[in-house]
Design a protein around this ligand. Structure first.
Ligand code: AKG
Ligand code: FE2
Length: 508
């Protein structure tokens, strides 16, 4: 499975590293003992050998039958048993090799795609939250200082990865950061230092070329060639001669990008009032279940109605949910692609699993959902439990299908009920890009809204997103009810109010 797309899965990697540390230490100690043993034996043989060589006449010496015997014995037996065999067999090495194989098949091991995923996550955080490269490298995120700083090599690696990903502007920033850090903290070996500086300059030249700055690229390469005329910068210079600068630069922006970014940062799009005073209230009447402990309702939007219900799950219940989810395999979240095919894309970076309603805690959840929504759980999918990873997000999307409804669905997703199963230290808001609304996750709270109009036409105003997680582990539980099972639960009139969506169809 994949690691970077879920903070929970990343814990396995910490375990992998712990085991690697233990096993490698042990291996090196065993090897060291083994080496010392070889050295002792070889010293002994050497002594004998040298003594023989010191004799005036070697042929006379070897003419002695005991001497001859001992030389032959040393070669036939001692060298073989004491030196050749253990060196060739090298048991600790074989053991170590087997351990590596076991640990990587057991727990899995990240590959270059994982590194790429983690780097993409960092760049995404920078884009959405306007994080400067130097602040991030210094461990400062959103005004908070964390005790984690990056070294020049790490910044260089991020720069190289971003270059390969075609994000040339960001790549350049990271390469510049690497350059600054290396210059501030030079390597002791001067030659080595110069080599590293050249490595950074060469990549920076390529990145400059790609952002449309060929003069700068040329200067950087010439700068390398001054002291080192044979450096590969020579070939790079030639390679760039026949290419067009800046032609691979592609800016990916969506119609919703500006709203998404702004709301994720916790900034409203405008201070325009909705005309409704939105005040929290207690509701003990919705269902007898809530007579003694009324629902704590926070209406966050009217028309479409979006409500947050606080304190719906306590920590023990949330723990039981995780215990249940832990027994199942988390998989990388897919999105509905064309023809309903599931595809994995950067627009959704999380892992998920599905829980049915048979366990005690899931039984409570199904009651909560029915009592609060007034809808029938018979038309619900299992609860989807998701955990986001490094810079994990879910770009703006509606929860309804509208077209390509899965075959086993009876009706579209009439409502979304989303439980926040964790607090998030920084980032990870849920935002509605057409509604000027952002919601910071609050552990134990439930957000609920309808995705369809009364007429069951889709309500395009419900476009929403999960913003990238900056710091922390975001967990949510989603339950989608289907419209097909609600004949007895929707007594209100079915006159179409879908005209309300018209103005929003093409808006951002
Ligand atoms: O993570 C969030 O806040 C939103 C998640 C979501 O919209 C979904 O899973 O459909
Ligand atoms: Fe959603």
């Amino acid at each position: 499975g994949e690691f970077y797309s879920s903070v929970d899965r990343m814990q396995d990697l910490a375990q992998v590293e712990q085991e690697l540390l233990n096993a490698t230490r042990l291996y090196l100690e065993q090897q060291q003992q083994q080496l010392e043993l070889y050295i002792r034996y070889v010293e002994q043989i050497k002594e004998e050998h040298e003594w023989a060589m010191e004799q005036a006449h070697l042929d006379e010496y070897l003419g002695h039958p005991l001497h001859a015997f001992r030389l032959i014995k040393r070669l036939v037996q001692d060298w073989d048993a004491v030196v050749f065999e253990p060196i060739v067999a090298n048991e600790p090495k074989e053991e170590f090799r087997q351990f590596l194989e076991a640990v990587t098949t057991d727990l899995g091991y990240p590959n270059h795609l994982e590194l790429q995923g983690a780097v993409k996550g960092l760049a995404r955080l920078q884009n959405v939250y306007n994080l400067s490269t130097s602040h991030l490298a210094e461990g400062e995120i959103g005004g908070y200082i964390y005790d984690s700083v990056l070294e020049w090599r790490e910044c260089y690696e991020i720069g190289v990865q971003l270059f390969d990903l075609g994000d040339y502007r960001r790549s350049l920033e990271w390469l510049q950061e690497a350059f600054t850090l290396l210059r501030r903290n030079p390597e002791e070996d001067e030659e080595q230092h110069a080599r590293y500086m050249s490595d950074i300059r060469e990549y920076a030249a390529l990145a400059n070329f790609e952002v449309g700055n060929p003069k700068k690229a040329e200067n950087l390469l010439n700068r390398i060639l001054e002291p080192l005329p044979n450096h590969t910068a020579q070939q790079t210079l030639k390679y760039l001669e026949n290419r067009e600068p800046g032609k691979n630069l592609k800016e990916k922006t969506h119609s919703w990008s500006a709203n998404y970014t702004r709301l994720c940062q916790g900034r409203r799009l405008s201070e325009e009032s909705t005309g409704h005073p939105l005040k929290c209230f207690l509701d003990g009447k919705r269902h007898a279940y809530y007579t003694l402990a009324p629902l704590q309702v926070e209406p966050v939007h009217l028309d479409p109605d979006i409500n947050v219900y606080h304190g719906m799950l306590n920590s023990e219940q949330i723990l039981s949910i995780f215990e249940e989810a832990d027994k199942l395999e988390m998989i990388r979240s897919a999105v509905a692609g064309t023809e309903g095919a599931r595809t994995v894309k950067d627009l959704r970076v999380s892992q998920q699993t599905w829980l049915n309603y048979t366990s005690p805690v899931m039984g409570s959840i199904s009651r909560i959902i029915q009592f609060v929504s007034g809808l029938d759980i018979a038309g619900a999918e299992w609860m989807q439990v998701a955990n986001y990873g490094v810079g994990g997000q879910y770009e703006p999307h509606p929860d309804y299908f509208e077209v390509n409804l899965p075959k086993d669905f009876l009706g579209d997703r009439i409502s979304t009920s989303m439980f926040y199963l964790s607090d998030v230290e920084q980032g990870g808001y849920t935002v509605f890009t057409k509604l000027n609304l952002f919601l910071p996750p609050v552990k134990g709270a439930l957000v609920m809204w309808h995705n369809l109009h009364r007429s069951l036409d889709v309500d395009v105003r419900t476009l929403h997103a999960g913003c990238p997680v900056i710091v922390g582990s975001k967990r949510i539980g989603n339950i989608w009810m289907h419209s097909g099972y609600q004949e007895f639960r929707r007594p209100c009139n079915l006159t179409s109010d879908s005209y309300k969506s018209l103005a929003y169809r093409d808006s951002v």
